[in-house]
Write a protein of this length. Sequence first.
Length: 398
Amino acid sequence: MSDQDSYLQTILKILPDGIYFKDKEGRFVLVNEWMVQRFGLEKAEDLLGKTDFDIFMGDHAREAFEDEQEILRSQVPLLDKIEHEIWSEGKESWVSTSKVPWFDQKGGLIGIFGVSRDVTKRVLAEQKLHQAHEELIAKNKQLQEDLILASEIQKALMLKIFPTFSGPSSSSESLLTFNQKFLFSGLVGGDFCDVIKFDESRGVILMGDVMGHGVQAALIVSMIRAIISQLNHSPISAGAVLEKVNRGLLEAFHGLEGVSLISVGAIGIDLETKKIQFANAGHYVPFRMRANGKVESLVSKNEVRSPILGIDENAAYPVVELSYEEGDRILFFTDGLLEIENRNQVAYGAERLRGWFEQHHTLSSAEMIEALEADLLKYSEGIGFQDDVGLLITDINS
């Protein structure tokens, strides 16, 4: 054996890939040990003279033969092709194959030289990953459809028509008018408002924020509004409303863990006595806008320090009572509005909001809400809102 033959035999033996030479008819002329073991043979001679048609099912054998004939015709190598092998007994495997023209010492074309590497594990892993990816896409699509449905349901359940309050003199126009705006950071959200009407002169206005956003927050909002809907039978204070909602939530949450925190502010109003009362469960204190445009906090923060809802069943929510004047506006909002940031990460903030209200006090409530939304979007500089934003303006016309 010449040195060149010895070198070739050594390479054929130690390389961890399949190496083979075929003649122009696709018959194996020389193979290495890897090929022998792969085909389950005892020695290389058992493979010599055979073609792919003797080993594999027709489709793969035919494709491999056509590839080799094209290489012989064009003398252009075929590199790193993934071949799907279907064996005669039905087994499947995959190899990464490179094939080049094989020339003799005089430069004459005599066949094909090929190198194949088994990539079955890699291909099966990729197929499994692809399948998992497709399943994830399908689940995400279903989740998105569910979220869209939940969003439509939440919109349908939102308070669209507010109750009217004719007051003690049975005015033909409602003495309280309401305008709201909710901008959810997702398809559904956790900010809400509601108005309980006891009679034509008395009611309670609520503004709330379920911590976080998304489906869980939206479901809790639905639960809260269901509890609130049962409280319109006989007049109670704003504090009593919060206490009843708190107990109802704790009963509903009994045995559950990880339930979101809930802040709610409540304003009771009596058109007969011209009094309002404020009770708070950890919510931002609303602003009051006077008829002359001056804007101030409805009450001092130190006057209304009470826990958020859903923590302590014995929590008390005392009220602060004060008088109102005709033309007053109550400006309720959620923390998502104050936390909107610009590109410098500076929050919009309560003081900026107060100043904006004063600057635009001549607008109607509806106009004010639309203008404020535009200002918030402008302030965020295209970043968008990271939390739900809620705003409720109540005009007192008596």
